[in-house]
Ligand binder design. Structure first.
Ligand code: HEC
Length: 183
């Protein structure tokens, strides 16, 4: 009898334990849902697409092109090219989000825009793969392909004149510039 009682109270305890466990799980689930709702959205791009082009995309692309056609590449050169390929791969993502430029919001809604941004990242990853095996011919091929992506997107979206007058090397007058002086 005593044993039976004991067993009974043990199973009641067990029942209580599972009940509180279930309550705990439901509660923590609710807390997690609350936390997700409260989470901030990802940080938006705080500069314009044009600024990103001039300050990041164009610089890094030129490094890839120069390295592809250089006579020799030292270990340090390969390391630098790797960094630039990583920057370009990430630029595709940033370009797909768009930033503070006047037309940015309209551009990023176009399916062709999104395709070009993905293509840029893919070409950059091709360059990165070439860097991993230090294959200059493959790097050159990736760079040439990337040029096609730049020109394709510019033909489709880039207006005649830049929307802003951001210059590559603002403190250095190197004569002919791809970016006209601000009016
Ligand atoms: C997804 C589309 C897209 C891709 C890919 C792209 N660009 Fe651009 N780029 C633009 C647009 C649009 C502008 C003009 C932005 C503005 O005027 O606000 C621009 C502007 C520029 C500018 C600023 C100067 C100018 O002439 O207006 C440079 C430099 C530039 N791009 C270089 C490149 C290079 C180099 C690549 C390839 C490695 C590239 N871009 C890839 C869309 C693209």
């Amino acid at each position: 009898m005593r044993r039976a009682l004991c067993f009974e109270s043990a199973s009641v305890d067990l029942f209580r334990f599972f009940l509180s466990l279930a309550a705990l799980l439901i509660l923590s689930g609710a807390c997690m849902a609350e936390a997700t709702e409260e989470n901030e959205p990802p940080l938006p791009l705080p500069v314009s697409i044009n600024a990103l082009m001039v300050a990041l995309v164009d610089w890094s692309a030129h490094e890839i092109w120069d390295a592809g056609y250089a006579d020799t590449l030292t270990d340090r050169d390969w390391l630098l090219v790797r960094q630039h390929a990583i920057k370009l791969a990430s630029s595709g993502t940033l370009l797909s989000i768009g930033g503070t430029g006047k037309a940015d919001k309209v551009w990023v809604t176009a399916p062709a825009w999104q395709e070009y941004t993905r293509e840029l990242t893919k070409r950059a990853l091709d360059a990165l793969a070439a860097v991993e095996v230090e294959d200059q011919a493959a790097l050159r091929k990736a760079g040439d392909g990337m040029l096609g992506t730049c020109l394709g997107c510019h033909d489709t979206f880039k207006p005649e004149t830049p929307t802003e007058g951001i210059r590559h090397v603002p403190h250095y007058d190197y004569g002919e510039s791809v970016i006209p002086e601000p009016e």
